[in-house]
Ligand binder design. Structure first.
Ligand code: GLV
Ligand code: MN
Ligand code: MN
Length: 432
């Protein structure tokens, strides 16, 4: 293919990626901002769009029992182990439109390019739009990728959302049978690797004027749900000395999270959600519920910070005479990307004439859950100002095209690269 023709195809891919992102961004539960939670009507709308695009790209596709949308492009013969590509279709509240979605639509664009060129490879490609990565609805993250990796905790089906609807009920309402979730799992010998393209969500690539980067590892994370219970009372009559103010204790606890997590490099801590009851201007808060999210590249550093924060919250509640309930809602160790995939992603980036930058991810990704099934790799695309989880999240069409081009090159070179690296786990199981 001539360079001019390649350029034309690539910018068409970039344009299609950006157009699909805009169509997904229109699937929102709010007219005022982007929010699309797991198993919502808007999740169903997004799945329907993605199914259409997968079909148009030449894939067989379906929604799996946990609500992931999955497409398959067979290799030179049917039934070969797959390279899995993808990311998530759910969003945070008041989200940007690229987090997650970019990885899904770019992977589909790459498969479409293969279909149009009539290329079949020595492996199948599966593209997944995971139903839940952010954990907004049920406070439990990576549900889609855990199911595919065969690591879904069925006790989560009893978890309830903010409206009191259980996950099991929400799955039924979505037209799915929760008992069939184990069927969403892949076996290790059916898969060569999982590779996720994602926006960086940080400032490194932009600062270094680079459109793409190869991810080395994903930071580990711990999440806590904290409930502090005091005594509500009249704001005008209860003397300050006798109060059991749950919110004042929570305020101290939040400051403790900030202090503890400001003490070391590559350690971050956030309280992102706080609810106060009864929540009236003239009532002393009787209950405060809040989330804590602590992450670090090094697991020992994170574990130490978590223990220090828990100790601080216990001390605050004991000193103030308040009851404390603390639940660990999420625990993910840091996740290294496979060296052979880092190398191969780096080669694809370099072949695009882009200096190779390897960098860790502070954000969590579906790749963390997929690492339980297979080797994982990630390709980052620069985002404006490093801003993410924010409606100002932005990338350029040129960077979208660079990402698509590098991912397509990675796919085309994948088979020989895997064999050079000593074979994926599936190849080792069946060297033929
Ligand atoms: C997902 O976006 C996370 O890192 O929390
Ligand atoms: Mn996110
Ligand atoms: Mn994401």
């Amino acid at each position: 293919m001539s360079d001019t023709l390649t350029l034309g195809v690539d910018s068409a891919m970039g344009r299609e990626v950006m157009a699909h992102i805009d169509l997904l961004a229109a699937c929102s539960e709010s007219p005022d901002c982007l929010i699309r939670t797991y198993l919502s009507d808007q999740h169903a709308r997004a799945n329907a769009l993605v199914l259409d695009w997968m079909r148009a790209a030449g894939m067989e596709c379906q929604v799996d029992p946990v609500g992931n949308v999955r497409g398959r492009y067979e290799g030179r013969r049917p039934g070969l182990p797959a390279l899995i590509l993808g990311s998530h279709l759910d969003t945070v509240r008041d989200a940007g439109k690229y987090d997650g979605m970019l990885g899904v639509v770019t992977a589909i664009a790459c498969v479409k390019a293969l279909t149009e060129a009539g290329e079949r490879l020595g492996f199948a490609i599966e593209v997944v739009g995971f139903g839940d990565e952010e954990g907004v609805r049920f406070q439990s993250t990576l549900l889609g990728s855990r199911a595919l990796a065969g690591n879904f905790d069925m006790s989560l089906l009893d978890k309830r959302d903010g409206q009191g609807i259980s996950m099991a009920q929400a799955l039924h309402d979505f037209g799915l049978d929760p008992a069939r979730i184990p069927e969403a799992a892949k076996q290790p010998d059916e898969v060569h690797a999982y590779v996720e393209l994602h926006i960086e969500q940080g400032p490194v690539l932009e600062a270094e004027n680079l459109p793409l980067g190869a991810v080395t590892s994903i930071a580990g994370a711990t999440r806590l749900q904290v409930v502090i219970t005091g005594t509500s009372g009249h704001a005008g009559t209860v003397p300050m000395a006798g109060r059991k103010d749950a919110l004042a204790a929570a305020a101290e606890a939040i400051t403790a999270v900030e202090t503890v997590c400001s003490g070391a490099a590559e350690l971050v801590g956030t309280v992102g959600r706080l609810e106060v009851a009864p929540g009236a201007v003239n009532v002393i808060p009787g209950e405060a519920r809040f989330s804590v999210d602590i992450r670090a590249a090094e697991d020992a550093r994170r574990r130490h910070a978590v223990q220090t924060v828990i100790g601080a919250i216990e001390e605050i509640c004991a000193r103030r005479g308040l009851a404390l309930k603390l639940e660990r809602t999420h625990e993910s160790p840091s996740c290294p990307c496979a060296p052979w995939l880092i190398e191969q992603i780096s080669r694809a980036v370099a072949a695009e004439g882009i200096a190779v930058r390897r960098l860790p991810s502070g954000a969590g990704h579906d790749a963390m859950a997929m690492a339980g099934l297979t080797d994982v790799g990630m390709l980052f695309v620069r985002c404006a100002g490093g801003i993410s989880h924010n409606p100002a999240e932005a990338i350029t069409a040129e960077d979208a095209a660079s990402g698509a081009r590098a991912l397509l090159r990675f796919i085309r070179d994948f088979d020989s690269a895997a064999r050079r690296a000593g074979g994926s786990r599936a190849m080792k199981a069946d060297p033929a």
